[in-house]
Design a protein around this ligand. Structure first.
Ligand SMILES: Nc1ncnc2c1ncn2[C@@H]1O[C@H](COP(=O)(O)OP(=O)(O)O)[C@@H](O)[C@H]1O
Ligand SMILES: [Mg+2]
Length: 154
């Protein structure tokens, strides 16, 4: 069974009559996540990329924390995975993060995202925390793996 969830912040109204330009995506980078050091590396890369896109310190800290959370979940529950960081400049300045793994999936996504799931460690942001800080959030999970995508609009 494939569980999925999508959430999106209501788009802000752009200037009237503005033509939607083709989206300008700058180079995306993919990080392999196997160890704690890899997770730290991905976290740092996310923060630096966010800052280079002009994100504010607080926003970039949030992005870094979310990347770290997803990387740690990959290590703890899926034997590792990959994290792709994809900056976009137009039509909207944002950083898109895609965390993918080939693990066994999240057993009860509904509960995790409703907040009724109680973490065994009680540490960290949790998937729900990532969802709360994201401007767009999307999870697909099933017996062959998990993909979490989120965007932060800068
Ligand atoms: N990538 C993943 N693959 C499989 N299961 C996952 C993954 N990420 C999270 N989970 C499951 O979802 C639960 C909730 O994750 P999370 O909200 O990060 O809280 P915590 O990691 O503290 O338990 C985890 O306990 C785990 O069972
Ligand atoms: Mg976690």
């Amino acid at each position: 069974m494939m569980a999925q969830l999508r959430a999106q912040r209501a788009p802000s109204a752009g200037p009237e009559g503005t033509a939607t330009s083709a989206s300008a995506e700058v180079r995306a980078t993919t990080y392999l996540v196997r160890t704690e050091a890899d997770a730290s590396h991905a976290r740092l890369a996310a923060r630096m990329l966010c800052e280079s896109l002009g994100g504010r310190g607080y926003e970039c800290q949030k992005v870094a924390t979310a990347v770290s959370e997803l990387a740690r979940n990959q290590i703890s529950y899926a034997g590792g995975g990959t994290i792709q960081l994809a900056p976009q400049l137009a039509p909207k300045r944002l950083l898109r993060v895609s965390a993918e793994d080939s693990g066994q999936g999240i057993p009860d996504l509904e509960r995790v995202l409703s907040g009724t799931y109680k973490s065994k460690t009680g540490m960290g942001l949790g998937l729900l925390g990532v969802k709360r800080l994201a401007d767009r959030f999307d999870v697909r999970t099933g017996p062959t793996g998990t993909q979490v995508d989120f965007e932060v609009w800068l």
